[in-house]
Design a protein around this ligand. Structure first.
Ligand code: BGC
Length: 423
């Protein structure tokens, strides 16, 4: 058995737009405009086995978040399940478009709503980790150009200030931004997320605006509640050179820096802790010719994959944690999970990743907590509802919740605060 440190935080993570239902933000509009297209494109995008297993990908309704899991109304029921699993922490996001649906007009009912959410967690002995922006913007922000417009930084700070003042006695852990790097990549480099503008200069501008917003949010929250802890939730991919070729060995550290560590380096003085979100392992191949990422081709050995075809590579979390340790900050794994509708792999996924987390801790990496992605099945952005990431399964017809078998594996680990290494 490998023990986790006393006081280790165990939980799961969600994001407002993916679970709450009935939001009205830039994504809601984008979904309506793009659902038909996404349903048509599924044919070219997914493998035959995926198309057969998840025929709902051809239905435009799959791409409309709608009532989602109705978590907005059912959060107590959901937190009861999390408590049953032994969670002592929970990460969720506050939806800016609910709090400030019109410029400068803060909605007191919504402020009360999230206060109730936080109190519901506290009543159940769960430490709230509050994300303030998980990729969605109010429509009035979209109308001024979103994060491409510098003014968005000031507007965001005003919202951050409001929230920090409202919940300063209730929240100890704040995460102003979720994965700014992935947002920039998906929206401005790959061009699949709204506002779908593929342009390297715009990408760089948005990146800088988000960095500034992060730094300034840190200062705003610190001033209001100096004892609270603030951190970035950061996406990190474990990269290795494909076939160990020399050109790939040269490019991997460069790419690793740009994708994994550049943002963290620039905001390092503004992090009380680091939130690591780990999903991917990439074998990087430098290939001349035009691909999705320019001359870079990403390969995967596909030895063990999930419903989305993503390679499952638990060892990667260990390498990422060892690298993140150089910042000498407490680390929380704020997301790690897999799309697995039949729950065939999730128990092993959790066990294997946690074995590597335990190993990193044993070697001195200061990991303080683990949040599985996700508590519930949810709306997986431009892929819609068919990818199932939940410890809890949602029947989207009846909204019935059902714990998946793997949630009992997770519960066992949590309740013993240890993992069996030969399991
Ligand atoms: C995001 C989540 C998303 C998950 C799985 C993370 O990068 O923060 O919103 O659902 O990955 O794709």
């Amino acid at each position: 058995m490998k023990k986790f440190p006393d006081g280790f935080l165990w939980g799961a993570a969600t994001a407002a737009h993916q679970v709450e239902g009935h939001n009205n933000n830039d994504w809601t509009e984008w979904e309506k405009a793009n659902a038909e297209r996404l349903a048509k494109e599924a044919q070219n995008y997914w493998q035959p086995w995926q198309q057969e297993k998840f025929p709902e990908m051809f239905n435009p309704a799959n791409y409309i978040s709608g009532r989602a899991c109705d978590h907005y109304n059912r959060y107590e029921e959901d937190f009861d399940l999390a408590k049953e699993m032994g969670h002592n922490a929970h990460r969720f996001s506050i939806e800016w478009s609910r709090i400030e649906p019109e410029e400068g007009k803060f909605n007191q009912d919504e402020i009360k709503h999230y206060q109730k959410v936080i109190l519901a967690l506290r009543e159940r002995g769960m430490e709230p980790f509050v994300t303030l922006w998980h990729w969605t913007n109010p429509i009035w922000i979209q109308n001024i150009g979103g994060w491409q417009n510098k003014k968005t930084i000031d507007y965001f700070l005003r919202y951050v200030e409001k929230i920090a003042n409202e919940y300063k006695y209730l929240v100890n852990f704040w995460m102003p931004l979720n994965e700014p790097g992935s947002f920039v990549g998906m929206a401005f480099i790959q061009g699949s997320f709204p506002p779908q503008k593929r342009n390297i200069f715009t990408a760089n501008l948005v990146f800088k605006n988000l960095m500034n917003a992060y730094r300034k949010s840190y200062a705003v929250i610190k001033k209001i509640t100096p004892r609270s802890e603030i951190g970035l939730s950061h996406y990190a991919t474990y990269m290795e050179p494909y076939k160990n070729r020399i050109r790939n060995r040269i490019i991997v550290p460069v790419l690793d820096y740009i994708r994994n560590w550049r943002f963290l380096d620039t905001v390092n003085d503004y992090n009380d802790f680091i939130g690591i979100q780990y999903y991917h392992h990439d074998l990087v191949n430098l290939k001349f010719g035009k691909g999705r990422w320019g001359p870079i081709e990403v390969k995967s050995e596909n030895l063990w994959t999930n419903d989305m075809g993503w390679e499952i590579y638990p060892e990667g979390i260990y390498h990422i944690l060892k690298k993140a340790a150089v910042y000498k900050k407490p680390i929380y794994i704020t997301e790690n999970g897999t799309a697995d509708a039949n729950d065939e792999h999730r128990a092993r996924f959790i066990r294997e990743h946690l074995k590597y987390v335990a190993q990193a801790i044993e070697e001195g990496v200061d990991v303080h907590g683990y949040f599985h992605w996700s508590l519930l099945d949810n709306f997986e952005w431009d892929k819609g509802f068919w990818p199932r990431f939940g410890l809890v399964e949602i029947d989207y017809e009846t909204l019935e919740r059902k714990r998946r078998p793997s949630s009992y594996t997770y519960e066992k680990i949590i309740k013993s605060n240890a993992i069996e290494v030969n399991d």
